[in-house]
Design a protein around this ligand. Structure first.
Ligand SMILES: [Zn+2]
Length: 377
């Protein structure tokens, strides 16, 4: 056929049965743009190649293809037929395969999205725990170094007097040692930690970094009016995060997400760069917070203290949110009923830095009720 357009294949003369009558039509058949074209004296027909049921090539004998609507196409010369289908298949297969594979790609993408969604909700926390619990300390120490490096940007040496700092240290050591002994009796080893008291513009807060470094800010000590037992309760909560490796789990989660993203986008540079991101913005899950609260209650009981003292913390946080920094001054009474509200809105960039800090967790009634109940038990 000379009138074939570019991209078509050579034609073959075949017998065509239209499915309505038993009369055969002699047609020229060729492939063009994914279509099987048939043309004869009284036939002008084209069919999507994918709608044609092609015979298996391995069989001997005449070839017959089934077309939609009961029509058939028959060729007596099997070799010529096979060569013709192959030539047509070759030029069309790219299109067909591309179409099929694009459908495949879309289906795969949809599947990945669903799997990632499910993985993010359920699989990722589980995976992060499994990985974090198996990571050697050397890895955690490397992450701790990055985290500490970030920390340096936000903290300065404490402005509390040496005596005030010492009082906090001693109150904490008392609880830590009693708790460590009680845990040892229960056959549990308390993971190593260290306490840093630091001045910071982030306000009253405490947090635990991977590697066991715990930071309490001057402002938290001031907010709690130097009440060593409540401060120790806060630090016991942070120790709970250390003990359960919540920090490393978060890093692993963000790292796994970053790694998956790297796989998808082919850029691996971002994985370690996510650590500062994590430090600034991540929040522990409510489950992690409950674990840390439970740990705090246990540690306080180990030291002969009532978990109910933690209620003070939430009351003081509520007061801080209502009155602002004025409640950090030493001469302000515990109730500060006549406090002035903070000037302007609180700076998000300052309050939002310590996503992992104690202050980022709203002092909800559930947590207050937990410590009250823990005291009653
Ligand atoms: Zn926490």
């Amino acid at each position: 056929m000379t009138e074939h357009t570019t991209g078509s294949t050579e034609s073959l003369t075949l017998r065509y049965f239209d499915g309505r009558s038993s009369r055969p039509h002699e047609v020229r058949a060729w492939f063009e743009a994914g279509q099987l074209h048939l043309r004869g004296a009284d036939v002008e027909h084209q069919v999507d190649v994918r709608q044609v049921q092609w015979p298996e090539r391995t069989r001997r004998g005449p070839r017959m293809a089934h077309l939609p609507g009961g029509a058939t196409l028959q060729g007596a010369d099997a070799a010529a037929w096979d060569a013709w289908v192959q030539s047509g298949g070759r030029s069309d297969s790219l299109v067909v395969r591309a179409q099929q594979s694009w459908r495949g790609v879309l289906a795969s993408l949809a599947l990945i999205v669903v799997l990632m969604g499910a993985g993010y909700l359920w699989g990722l926390p589980w995976l992060a725990r499994e990985i974090a619990d198996r990571l050697p300390d050397s890895v955690e120490n490397q992450v701790a170094e990055v985290a500490l490096g970030q920390l340096e940007r936000f903290v300065r040496p404490s402005e509390l007097t040496p005596e005030e700092q010492k009082a906090v240290e001693q109150a904490w050591q008392q609880v830590l040692q009693a708790h460590t002994a009680a845990q040892a009796a229960r056959g549990v080893t308390v993971r190593p930690s260290r306490l840093l008291i630091r001045s910071s513009r982030i306000g009253p807060n405490a947090l635990a970094l991977p590697g066991g470094t715990m930071i309490v800010t001057d402002d938290l000590v001031r907010l709690l009016q130097h009440d060593g037992q409540v401060i120790a309760g806060v630090l016991a909560h942070e120790l709970g995060h250390v003990q359960h490796r919540h920090g490393m789990r978060m890093v692993v989660q963000v790292g796994v997400l970053g790694f998956v993203t790297s796989l998808l986008w082919g850029d691996y540079s971002g994985v370690l760069a996510t650590v500062p991101l994590w430090l600034g913005q991540a929040h522990y899950s409510r489950e992690a917070e409950r674990e840390a609260d439970a740990y705090s209650a246990q540690a306080l009981r180990d030291a002969g203290l009532s978990p109910a003292i933690m209620v003070t913390l939430f009351e003081r946080f509520a007061l801080f949110q209502r009155c602002g920094r004025s409640v950090l001054k030493p001469d302000v009474s515990a109730n500060a009923a006549d406090c002035k509200p903070p000037e302007g809105s609180q700076d998000e960039s300052e309050t939002g830095i310590w996503g992992l800090g104690f202050a980022s967790h709203p002092a909800d009634q559930e947590r207050i009720a937990f410590f009250r109940d823990a005291a009653a038990r």
